[in-house]
Design a binder for this molecule. Structure first.
Ligand code: TNX
Length: 714
C-alpha cells in the first residue's frame, strides 16, 4: 500500500482498513485466486484529497452487478443510481439492475447517501476492492461527485458510445475527497454562437465529468438574445435572428420550455444554472427589438459582427431610465421564475460609453429586480463600482497585467472596481482571462478563438490560484480576502468561434459546429480549471496533473470528444487523428502549398514553394457538415478556391474571400501511395502542383496517381 498524499490520521485509518481487506479478499468464495499485482495509481482528475492504491485486482463488473442505492431521506439518491447504470450501459452493453435496500448487498456498486454530515454537500469516500465498490456521501450530490471518480477508475473504453469487450474492472483504491470551493463553474456564451439543445446537453455532461457544478449561460449580447420572454416576443422574433457571423435565423433561442429543460438536465447532473442578462452594454439585440430602450425610440439595426463595447441602453433621461427599468423587471422576473438556482448574473462588462451615473442607474434597476425575486446578484467585477446588494458575487476577469498595477501610483480601474466590491462585502468567483478564458488560443496552431491575453496553453490554464489571482504579482496583498472567494469559473466565449479569427469572418463555412469549437477549446483546459476549483492547493503540481490528464485523451477519444492533443501533455495513447481540425501545412516533395509573396490580394493563384513555416504556408482546416474541409490561409484569411467554380481540368486554384460555396470545399482522403489527395467538392478534380520547382503553380487535375497530387498534411 502506498499513500500518495501522506496525511497522518488517514494513514492510520487506512492501515487498519487494508488489514481488514487483506484478510477479506482471499476468503471471498467468488474471488478466483489472482496474483496480487498492484495496479498503477488511477489517474483521477480533479485530484482527490486523499487516494491510496490497494493491492488486489479490483472489482470486475458483470451483467448482473447491482447498482445498490441505500435507502435514505434524499429523494435524488436513487436517480444517481439510475444515472450510473445509464453511464455504464453503452460501453458494457449491460443493463445493470438498480436496487434500493436498507443494507448493502455484496458484489455490488453500493451508493450510500447516509454518510456523516462531516463529508459536506459534495464530499464522498470511495472504496473499491475485490468484493465490491462503495461510494459513501452525505446525500445525493456527494454520491454524484463520487460516481464521476468511479467512472475514471474504469478503463478508458467505458466512455465509448458502443459496446466494447471489457473486462470492466474498477481499480482497487481507497479515496476520500471533498471540494475546495463550492462554486466551480463554466460559462457558455450562447449569445454570440447559439448552441442547439443537444450540443449544450453534451457539454453539460462533459463538464460534469470533471465535477463542474455551475453552468453560467451568457444568454444575451449584442449579437443575439437567446431566451424567450413571453411578454416581449420581439426579443426573440427579432433579437434572436443573428449570431456573430450569421443572420436570418428563426429559432436561435431557447423557448421557456427548452430553458427549463436545460435547467432540469443540469440539475440531474447536480449543476446549477446561472442565467446572465448582460447590461448596460452588450445589449444591441434588445435595442433592435424594443424601440423605447433607445434615446430616439427607434430600433437599432441588428448586429452580427465581431466587436465588443458597441452598445448601451439609453439611460440619459428619466423617461428612458424608467423604460429600461420596466424592461429589466419584466425580463428578470421571467428569467428568475424559471431558474431554481440562487443567482442572476447582470453582466456589467465593457461599457465605454456609460457615464458613472448611467451605469449606476442600470445597476440599481437591475439589482432591485433580482433581489425582489429573492435571488442573489452576480456580475462581472466592473459592477463593484456601483452600489450592489451585500453578498453579491463579482466575477473577476482581470489578469496579471491588472495585478501588476496593485499598490502602484498607476493602479488601474479593474483594481479599483474590485476594491469597491470588497468594501461592499461582495464575494468573488475567479475567471482570470489570462488563465481561465477558454477562447484564448492554446498556441499558433489553434484554429479559432483570439489572443488578446496571449496564448493560454494547458500549463497556463493550470498555473494559477484563486487566492492570488487578485494579489500583487509576488502573491501578497490579495484584494479579495481568501474567505470571500466562492470559487472559479472557466469562460467559453464564442465571439470568434471561426477559422481565420483575426479577421472578421466572411462566410458561415468558417464556423465549426458549436460543439466542435467547445470541445477543442475546453479539452484539455476545462479539467485544469476544474482541478483548481476542486483539489486542495497542496496537491497542485503540473507534472503530476499533465501525467494524469494524459490518460484522459483515450477517454475523450472513446466518447468522441474533439479535444486538442496539446503537445505539452504526455498522452498515454496516441491522439486519434481522425479529424484534421486545426492549422496545417500541405507539402509534396518538400514543397508547401503557399500564397505567393504572402499576398493579400483576391484571385492570387496558389503555388508550391520550399517549406519555411511562414503563415502564408499555413492553412486552417475547418470541417464542414459533409466531412469536407475549407482551407483558410493563416496569412491572408482567404480560402483556397477553384477559380470561378470551374469544372475543367487545369483551372487555377486561387485564394478568395471565404464564401461557403462548394468550389472552396475539399475532401481530404488518405492516398494509397502515402499522403492525402485533396479533391474539390465542386469539380471532383484534385489539388495538383505542376512540379517540385519553387513557384510551381497549383491547379485542379484529374486523378493520375502522381506524387504531385499526394499531400503530406503536417
Ligand atoms: C471580453 S471580459 C468580454 C466578452 C468577450 C471576451 C472575448 C468580459 C466580461 N467580456 O464580451 O467575448 O472578452 O475574449
Amino acid at each position: 500500500m502506498r499513500s500518495t498524499r501522506p496525511r497522518g490520521r488517514r494513514i492510520a485509518a487506512l492501515a487498519a482498513l487494508t488489514l481488514t481487506l487483506a484478510s477479506l479478499v482471499p476468503t471471498t468464495a467468488t474471488a478466483a485466486p489472482k496474483p496480487t499485482v498492484k495496479a498503477p495509481a488511477p489517474a483521477v482528475v480533479p485530484q482527490p484529497v486523499s487516494q491510496t492504491s490497494l493491492s488486489g485486482s479490483g472489482f470486475t463488473l458483470t451483467a448482473q452487478t447491482p447498482v445498490n442505492v441505500i435507502a435514505s431521506s434524499d429523494p435524488d439518491a436513487a436517480g444517481v443510481g439510475t444515472y450510473l447504470a445509464g453511464l455504464l450501459a453503452p460501453a458494457t452493453g449491460y443493463t445493470l439492475p438498480v436496487t434500493t435496500t436498507s443494507q448493502p448487498v455484496s458484489q455490488a456498486i453500493v451508493l450510500n447517501p447516509n454518510g456523516a454530515s462531516t463529508l459536506g454537500a459534495e464530499g464522498y469516500s470511495l472504496s473499491s476492492t475485490g468484493t465490491g465498490v462503495t461510494v459513501t456521501a452525505h446525500g445525493a450530490q456527494g454520491l454524484f461527485r463520487g460516481v464521476q471518480t468511479l467512472r475514471q477508475l474504469l478503463p478508458a473504453a467505458i466512455e465509448s458510445t458502443s459496446v466494447k469487450p471489457g473486462p470492466w474492472t474498477v481499480a482497487p483504491v481507497q479515496i476520500s475527497d471533498n471540494a475546495r470551493y463550492s462554486y466551480r463553474g463554466v460559462m457558455v456564451d450562447v449569445a454570440r454562437r447559439f448552441f442547439p439543445m443537444d450540443q449544450l446537453k453534451r457539454y453539460i455532461d462533459q463538464a460534469a465529468m470533471y465535477k463542474i457544478n455551475t453552468l453560467h449561460l451568457h444568454l444575451t449580447d449584442d449579437q443575439g438574445w437567446r431566451i424567450a420572454i413571453g411578454a416581449i416576443p420581439s426579443l426573440t422574433t427579432i433579437g434572436a435572428s443573428t449570431q456573430s457571423g450569421f443572420t436570418g435565423g428563426t429559432n436561435w433561442y431557447y423557448t421557456a420550455a427548452e430553458y427549463q429543460e436545460i435547467v432540469a438536465y443540469a440539475k440531474s447532473r447536480f449543476m446549477t444554472v446561472v442565467p446572465e442578462i448582460d447590461g448596460p452594454g452588450h445589449i444591441n439585440s434588445a435595442l433592435a427589438s424594443v424601440p423605447n430602450l433607445n434615446c430616439d425610440d427607434q430600433p437599432s439595426p441588428l448586429y452580427s459582427g465581431f466587436a465588443v463595447g458597441i452598445s448601451l441602453y439609453c439611460l440619459s433621461d428619466p423617461q428612458h431610465v424608467s423604460n429600461v427599468s420596466d424592461f429589466l423587471t419584466t425580463v428578470i422576473d421571467t428569467v428568475a421564475s424559471m431558474t431554481p438556482g440562487p443567482y442572476v448574473h447582470l453582466g456589467g462588462d465593457e461599457t465605454p460609453a456609460a457615464t458613472p451615473s448611467q451605469y449606476a442607474a442600470y445597476v440599481s434597476a437591475a439589482s432591485s429586480a433580482v433581489t425582489s425575486q429573492g435571488k442573489t446578484v452576480m456580475g462581472w467585477h466592473q459592477l463593484g463600482q456601483s452600489t450592489i446588494p451585500a453578498n453579491s458575487i463579482m466575477q473577476w476577469w482581470g489578469s496579471d497585467g491588472d495585478r501588476s498595477t496593485i499598490g502602484t501610483s498607476y493602479e488601474n480601474e479593474n483594481v479599483h472596481f474590485v476594491r469597491d466590491a470588497v468594501q461592499q462585502n461582495a464575494k468573488f468567483v475567479m475567471s482570470p482571462s489570462d488563465h481561465a478564458y477558454l477562447d484564448m488560443l492554446y498556441d499558433s496552431s489553434t484554429p479559432y478563438g483570439q489572443d488578446w491575453q496571449g496564448h493560454v496553453p494547458l500549463s497556463r490554464a493550470y498555473d494559477w490560484d484563486p487566492t492570488t489571482s487578485t494579489a500583487k504579482l509576488d502573491g501578497t496583498g490579495s484584494l479579495v480576502p481568501a474567505d470571500r472567494i466562492a470559487g472559479v469559473e472557466a469562460a467559453l466565449w464564442t465571439d470568434r468561434a471561426y477559422a481565420g479569427w483575426h479577421r472578421p469572418a466572411t462566410s458561415t463555412s468558417q464556423f465549426p459546429e458549436p460543439y466542435v469549437y467547445a470541445e477543442h477549446m475546453s479539452f484539455p483546459r476545462l479539467p485544469a480549471i476544474a482541478e483548481i476549483g476542486w483539489s486542495p492547493r497542496s496537491t497542485h503540481n503540473y507534472t503530476d496533473f499533465s501525467r494524469r490528464l494524459g490518460t484522459h485523451g483515450a477517454r475523450w477519444s472513446a466518447a468522441g470528444i474533439e479535444y486538442y492533443a496539446a503537445p505539452d501533455v504526455p498522452w498515454s495513447t496516441p491522439p486519434s487523428s481522425s479529424s484534421l481540425i486545426g492549422v496545417h501545412t500541405l507539402t509534396t516533395g518538400g514543397k508547401a502549398l503557399d500564397v505567393p509573396g504572402s499576398s493579400g490580394a483576391l484571385d492570387t493563384q496558389l503555388d508550391t514553394w520550399a517549406l519555411h513555416g511562414g503563415n502564408n504556408q499555413k492553412w486552417t482546416f475547418v470541417k464542414q457538415s459533409d466531412g469536407s474541409y475549407i482551407l483558410v490561409n493563416v496569412a491572408s484569411g482567404l480560402c483556397a478556391d477553384v477559380s470561378h467554380g470551374s469544372l475543367s481540368a487545369g483551372a487555377p486554384i486561387v485564394q478568395w474571400t471565404c464564401s461557403g460555396t462548394t468550389n472552396q470545399q475539399w475532401q481530404v482522403t488518405p492516398a494509397a501511395g502515402g499522403g492525402h489527395t485533396v479533391t474539390s467538392v465542386k469539380s471532383g478534380l484534385l489539388l495538383t502542383t505542376a512540379s517540385t520547382a519553387d513557384g510551381a503553380l497549383v491547379t485542379q487535375e484529374p486523378a493520375n496517381g502522381s506524387a504531385l497530387q499526394r499531400w503530406t498534411i503536417g
